[in-house]
Design a protein around this ligand. Structure first.
Ligand code: ADP
Length: 266
């Protein structure tokens, strides 16, 4: 009887080993696939602006005398715009790798949300020039303990998306309120919103909801960077849609620093 049991156990162990091997092979294949998809996506995002730069620079070099003053201006603008896009993409990749390796060290200090929204809005002025912006931030909102550089980058990415995905002449709203031991901050737009099945995945690197989003000058990294930065500062960020079905809402929640007194705006 013992021998029979030992045989059965050996068979069972062998089966488990086989299943484990198959699972491991499956996981390895999935990881390989992901890595290839990531490489393909990064290569595409690097190659597109680079081709535009090479094309414009080549035209300027080879046809300098035939190119009109206006065309020359356009070609130079293409070179600068596309180089800026490359620069942004590489900066995003570096931020991502810092987040993933845990090398992100926020330099937190007490900040007024109002000030940070103001400077992010100034930075995004050009991008948001064809949208209306409305801010609703109470003057007595508690200060936040955040790294202003990272926090402003998060706001900028959200403003950039709102301006990119919501039609021109619509309103982008920024509001904040005290919510128990948290401060909630929302950015609301009047664009197409985000399908419920994508609400979590928009924070994944390179995840885009609609195919045509690829042609918009994004990197597919903006929201994953937002999430990485906000989590590194002890907060949360979620995506949703407006209850009346007209646009996306991004909600950031930051803990109110323990001993911060409520300060009036200076
Ligand atoms: P991208 O560079 O493509 O904008 P993000 O990480 O910033 O990358 O956003 C991921 C995807 O989430 C976008 O491609 C878009 O499909 C969707 N998305 C982000 N913000 C909005 C918004 N305000 N309205 C609708 N869709 C959005």
């Amino acid at each position: 009887l013992l021998d029979a049991l030992a045989d059965q156990a050996a068979v069972a162990i062998e089966r488990i080993r086989l299943v484990a091997d198959v699972e491991r092979a499956k996981l390895a294949a999935e990881a390989d696939q992901l890595r290839s998809a990531l490489l393909a996506s990064i290569s595409h995002d690097l190659k597109t602006p680079l081709s535009a730069i090479l094309g414009a620079a080549g035209t300027l070099r080879d046809y300098a005398s035939a190119v009109s003053e206006a065309d020359r201006g356009d070609l130079l603008a293409t070179i600068v715009d596309e180089a800026e896009r490359l620069n942004r993409f590489i900066a995003n990749l570096l931020d991502m790798s810092r987040i993933e390796t845990g090398a992100m060290e926020p330099n937190a200090s007490l900040q007024y949300l109002d000030d940070m929204v103001g400077s992010a809005l100034r930075r995004a002025q050009k991008i948001m020039s064809r949208h209306r912006t409305v801010t609703d931030i109470p003057a007595d909102l508690p200060m936040l303990s955040v790294d202003p550089v990272l926090f402003e980058q998060v706001l900028f990415n959200l403003f950039d998306n709102a301006a990119k995905y919501a039609p021109v002449d619509t309103t982008i709203r920024i509001r904040a309120w005290e919510d128990g031991r948290w401060v909630s901050i929302q950015i609301l737009d009047e664009g197409p919103g985000i399908p419920p099945t994508d609400l979590e995945r928009v924070f994944d690197s390179f995840h885009r909801v609609r195919k045509r989003d690829h042609v918009l000058a994004g990197t597919g990294l903006g929201l994953s960077i937002c999430k990485g930065f906000i989590q590194a500062m002890g907060g949360t960020i979620t995506a949703g849609n407006r209850t009346d079905g007209s646009g996306a809402v991004f909600t950031i929640r930051m803990p109110i620093p323990g001993d911060t007194p409520k300060l009036e705006e200076p």
